[in-house]
Design a protein around this ligand. Structure first.
Ligand SMILES: [Cu+2]
Length: 283
C-alpha cells in the first residue's frame, strides 16, 4: 500500500471496489501522526518457536488509533519478511481469531508466527485510518541460526506448484522513480489460467521488498483496469490469465516481489526478483 493510491485520482470506476485509490500518507507524516509499539511474547523471540507479535497503533497524543477501517477485508495487514527475503508471511489478526472488540478498541493487533532463522526481520504494517493509507516498517530481532544469503533469480519465469508464471514489465528495463506497468501471466499445463479467485478483495496482492529488506510496499493488481494507472473500467468477471499491476520503485537495487493470488481455494505465493536501475538523467 505504500505506493498505491496517490497517483490514481482519475479513476472513478475502481474507487468503489477495494480501496486501491486511497491517498497514502508519506513516511514522514506517518511518523508525525502515529506511534507503533511492537511487543513480542516471548520478549526475546527465537527461531523455530511460535512468537506472538503485538503491534499497538497510537496517534501522536498517545491514544489508541480507533479510526482504522477494514481494507481488503482485514483491519490491519502485516507483511513479515526476513532480511534475506527468503521467508515471507502475510498475516492478519482476524485469521487467528485475535481481533477481539477489546483489542480493536485499544488498537492492539496480535498474531502468531514461527520464523526460520535468527537475525533481523521486518514487519511492514498496512492500515487505513480515516480514509488515509499508512504503511510503516518495524524491525524484529530474532535469536537463532544466521540467515543464508539471498538466492536471487532474475529470470522472469517462475514455476510454482504446477503453475508457470511469467512476469512482463513495461519498460523491460526497470528504472527507479519511473512507473512500471507490469503483468504476471499464469499458465497451468500449457493452458492459460482463467479461473483465478479474488483473494482479500482483489485478484492479486504484491508485497515488494528491496534488498536486505531495506524498503517495502504492498500493492494490488487484477484485471486490465489495473493497467496504466487504473484509467480503465473494471472488467466484470475477469479471472485471468494476466494479473495487471503497476509500481514506482523508489530507489535502485534488487527487489523481490511476492505475488499472491488464489485459485481453487488455495493461495499461491510466487516470488520474482528484479533489478531496478538508476533513472536515466536528462529526459
Ligand atoms: Cu493482507
Amino acid at each position: 500500500m505504500g505506493h498505491h493510491g496517490h497517483e490514481h485520482e482519475a479513476c472513478e470506476a475502481c474507487q468503489t471496489n477495494a480501496g486501491h485509490h486511497l491517498p497514502a500518507l508519506s513516511p514522514r507524516e506517518v511518523d508525525r501522526r502515529y506511534r507503533f509499539r511492537l511487543e513480542t511474547d516471548p520478549a526475546a523471540p527465537r527461531a523455530g518457536e511460535e512468537i506472538r507479535i503485538t503491534v499497538r497503533i497510537e496517534t501522536a497524543d498517545g491514544r489508541p488509533a480507533t479510526g482504522l477501517q477494514v481494507h481488503h477485508e482485514r483491519l490491519v495487514h502485516f507483511l513479515v519478511v526476513s532480511e534475506n527475503l527468503e521467508e515471507f508471511h502475510h498475516l492478519h489478526p482476524e485469521d487467528f481469531g485475535l481481533l477481539t472488540e477489546e483489542a480493536r478498541a485499544q488498537a492492539r493487533f496480535t498474531f502468531p508466527v514461527t520464523l526460520r532463522w535468527g537475525g533481523r526481520y521486518v514487519i511492514a504494517v498496512d492500515a487505513v485510518d480515516r480514509g488515509q493509507a499508512l504503511h510503516k516498517e518495524l524491525e524484529l530481532s530474532v535469536e537463532g541460526p544466521p540467515q543464508p544469503p539471498t538466492r536471487w533469480d532474475l529470470s522472469r519465469t517462475r514455476s510454482v506448484d504446477g503453475l508457470t508464471c511469467v512476469l512482463h514489465t513495461m519498460p523491460d528495463r526497470i528504472e527507479a522513480r519511473n512507473r512500471v506497468e507490469a503483468n504476471i501471466e499464469i499458465e497451468a499445463g500449457g493452458a492459460p489460467v482463467t479461473d483465478l479467485e479474488p483473494y482479500l478483495g482483489v485478484l492479486a496482492h504484491l508485497a515488494i521488498f528491496r534488498e536486505n529488506a531495506s524498503g517495502s510496499a504492498h500493492t494490488h493488481g487484477g484485471g486490465p483496469e489495473f493497467a496504466h494507472q487504473h484509467f480503465h473500467k473494471p472488467t466484470p468477471g475477469y479471472r485471468g490469465p494476466k494479473l495487471y499491476w503497476g509500481h514506482v520503485f523508489k530507489a535502485p537495487g534488487r527487489y523481490r516481489i511476492f505475488a499472491q493470488f488464489r485459485r481453487g481455494g488455495r493461495v499461491y505465493t510466487v516470488p520474482f526478483d528484479v533489478e531496478v536501475h538508476a533513472p536515466h538523467e536528462g529526459r
